[in-house]
Design a protein around this ligand. Structure first.
Ligand code: ADP
Length: 458
């Protein structure tokens, strides 16, 4: 997930939903403070707010670099997004990652009660359960992996794959985004780790039993519906509409990340203007791409590449009264994003690989039910499993994407409504709140799953 700075800019639905879930039950929110200082001791700053206690832990700067820019975002992120060419592995980073997980476990343990349920989020903290177990914690621990889980062939490229999975087995429940991800992990577990797998995703590995299951994450759909509806007639919406001067808007909103397939999306838009000249001067594309992980070299290179590509498209096709591509590197408040989604006749969500992609769901939620836009969605986003009303594309096929953009721009209102309706049901039924509740309920009752799944052959 994002760094604390990115998270603050996003005011993400996940943070809101977790805070809400904690607020109901009371609980502890534990994480990195965003601060580094040499040899930071394992003593978090603790602040209480209502029923929730916040504990924030500082990190040693070198550990933080090895952990965050090194192993988490230089190794695990590209690995899980199938980008082996961008993968770098250094033992010192792996050791730094271990150290940070152990440091967090030491800081967290004194704050835990024996019957607490611990829910760990994302690939930065895969080892946390193992480190807590070493310190003697025996309570239930769940893990949710927000990004894809790669197929065994890809996962085996990770030099530390065996150690990572051995420690993953210390969780009671491992949640992944899609059934595809579950299949990938279970296949690795049975073929490489020689685990046994019982129905329902219960796994036996060495002396451990744990469960792997899919929990596709959702959004706060009502909030987007409300924000989008409220934007109609607002000053912001009027400014946007007058800037478009009657032209159709196509929007993309992605962190500036190589997994998001931005160069391919830009190229497909260029291809649309080239091969479907009827759209020239009629369609404006807006790509909002807040900067991300500037400390990792690949992200800096991507930024340069996009500036060049975007400049080339505008240089080639712009008219004195029309700029084809608007490219913005800044974050926006949720209400502004909702207004932009609603004003857009196309939502362009074309990652090369994505755990879920929440923007796809936000775009759907923000549409006018009477005259909705068309979602163009990569088949490699987890959201493609649920959003069957989208026009699916293969982002590696630039000409195919341009063809689909054209199909979206010329689609009848009747078909748009039908497709949007199918998507909206999914977005409204599987919200971030249901997702939270489901995971916590399953983790609380994990013993029942184990009881129902006897070891095969016994
Ligand atoms: P990832 O978690 O990889 O960034 P997602 O699409 O799943 O991708 O989630 C991105 C989240 O960040 C969405 O909730 C989206 O609204 C938000 N976001 C993306 N760009 C911006 C921006 N420029 N301003 C504010 N929020 C943004």
């Amino acid at each position: 997930m994002a760094s604390p700075k990115e998270r603050a800019a996003k005011a993400g639905g996940l943070a809101v939903a977790l805070r809400e879930a904690l607020g109901k039950r009371g609980g502890l929110w534990f994480g990195w403070s965003g601060e580094t200082r040499p040899n930071a001791p394992a003593e978090p700053k603790v602040v209480r707010s209502g029923k929730v206690m916040y504990a924030l832990q500082d990190l040693d700067p070198e550990d933080q670099r090895a952990h965050y820019a090194g192993y988490a975002n230089g190794t695990l992120w590209p690995l899980c997004h199938y980008r082996l060419g961008a993968l770098s592995f250094r033992r010192t980073d792996w050791e730094g990652y271990r150290r940070v997980n152990a440091h967090f476990a030491r800081a967290l343990l004194p704050l835990l009660k024996p019957d607490d349920i611990v829910w760990v989020h994302d690939y930065h903290f895969i080892l946390l359960a193992a480190e807590l177990r070493k310190l003697g914690f025996e309570g239930r621990i769940g893990y949710f992996h927000h990004i894809p889980w790669p197929t065994p062939e890809v996962f085996l490229s990770l030099p530390s794959h065996a150690a990572l999975v051995r420690d993953l087995a210390q969780y009671d429940l491992v949640g992944l985004q899609t059934e595809n991800d579950v299949r990938a992990l279970l296949t690795y577990l049975s073929t490489e780790a020689r685990a046994w797998i019982a129905p329902g995703g219960v796994v036996g590995l060495n002396e451990r039993r744990f469960r792997v299951a899919a929990y596709p994450i959702g959004i706060d759909a009502d909030a987007f519906v409300k924000d989008a509806a409220a934007s109609v007639g607002s000053e912001e919406e009027e400014r946007l509409q007058s800037s478009l001067a009657g032209r159709v808007l196509a929007v993309g909103v992605d962190r500036l990340d190589y997994s998001k397939g931005l160069p391919n999306k830009f190229a497909a838009f260029g291809e649309l203007l080239n091969h479907y000249p009827q759209h020239r001067s009629r369609v404006t594309m807006m790509q909002i791409a807040p900067l991300s992980r500037g400390e990792v070299a690949e992200y800096r290179a991507l930024r340069r590449e996009l500036e060049e590509l975007g400049g080339a498209i505008n240089g080639e096709y712009a008219e004195f009264d029309w700029v084809p591509l608007r490219y913005l590197n800044r974050p926006f408040p949720r209400a502004t994003l909702a207004a932009i989604y609603r004003a857009s006749k196309l939502g362009l969500v074309t990652p090369l690989r994505d755990g879920m992609n929440l923007v796809a769901k936000e775009y759907v939620a923000a549409q006018d039910p009477d005259d909705p836009g068309v979602l163009i969605l990569s088949r490699f986003a987890g959201a493609a499993d649920e959003l069957t009303g989208a026009l699916l594309v293969n982002p590696y096929d630039v000409e195919g994407m341009a063809e689909t953009f054209d199909a979206g721009l010329t689609m009848s209102r009747e078909e748009r409504r039908e497709r949007w309706g199918a998507n909206m049901i999914k977005v409204q039924t599987n919200t971030i709140h249901n997702w939270c509740e489901r995971f916590i309920a399953d983790l609380s009752q994990i013993a029942d799953h184990f009881a129902e799944a006897p070891e095969p052959g016994r």
